[in-house]
Design a protein around this ligand. Structure first.
Ligand SMILES: [Zn+2]
Length: 67
C-alpha cells in the first residue's frame, strides 16, 4: 500500500504535544501505524519537546496539582 496523503506538520506537532481531541488522536495514530515517515517526524518532535523540558528550571507543583 502506498500512502498518498500525510497529516500536515501542524497536526503532527499537536499530536506530539498531546493537544488533539480523541477523534484526531485516533486518526493520527492509525496513520502512524502505517507511515514510517510520519513516525520519524513524531519522534523528532518528541525529542525536541524532551530537550526543552530537560532544559527548564525545576518548579514546585501548585497546591493540588496531583489531584
Ligand atoms: Zn505519513
Amino acid at each position: 500500500m502506498t500512502i498518498a496523503h500525510h497529516p500536515d506538520e501542524e497536526l503532527l506537532a499537536a499530536y506530539a504535544a498531546g493537544a488533539l481531541d480523541l477523534g484526531q488522536r485516533v486518526a493520527i495514530a492509525t496513520h502512524l501505524a502505517a507511515c514510517e515517515s510520519c513516525r520519524g517526524w513524531i519522534r523528532a518532535m518528541e525529542q525536541v519537546g524532551g530537550a526543552l523540558i530537560s532544559d527548564m528550571a525545576p518548579t514546585a507543583l501548585a497546591e493540588g496539582a496531583l489531584a
